[in-house]
Design a protein around this ligand. Sequence first.
Ligand code: HEC
Length: 159
Amino acid sequence: MFKGFGRVVAVVVVAAGLGAAGAQAQDRMVEGEMAGEAVKYRVNVMRATGAHMGAIAAILQGKVENKGDLAAHGASLDGLAGMFDDLFPKGTGEPASRLRPAFFEDAEQVAGIIEALKAASGKLAAAAAAGDMAGVGQNLGAMGQQCGACHKQYRAPQS
Ligand code: HEC
């Protein structure tokens, strides 16, 4: 188990390194049809993330008996969280999206939210791999806080 944990830590460290490159990718620009596709892609990744979190919550609450799936959900979530650095290219704040324009002015604050999200998903994945249910629950909550922080500030109400 210790060996497995080491591998997870290594993955988290590598992911953190990639995060820096990803933050630069956030600066790219999309236009026209590509902007619409980028918004759809963003929503798909968000929904996938929410779906894994919901599945984990059901396992932790004992509503389902699929504990054996926890490690895979954790690894999936960590992979998904790593995508957030490049989910908001410039040009995707048009009326077709609920992304508030202020998002692009608050780069530092946004980066902080995404860093915290990735830190929590990394810890969640490690806890899930180690069968540490309390650790999974704690970091699920920590992830949820970052989802909420961004939605509250940068997601416009449904029109
Ligand atoms: C950095 C900002 C940010 C973070 C972090 C974030 N979201 Fe989002 N989320 C958004 C925005 C903006 C939208 C609206 C998408 C659009 O219209 O472009 C959205 C949309 C969604 C949707 C789609 C709902 C709909 O509009 O149909 C889901 C589901 C969702 N987020 C779940 C999550 C979950 C779960 C997390 C945490 C793991 C999360 N989000 C983290 C900004 C964020």
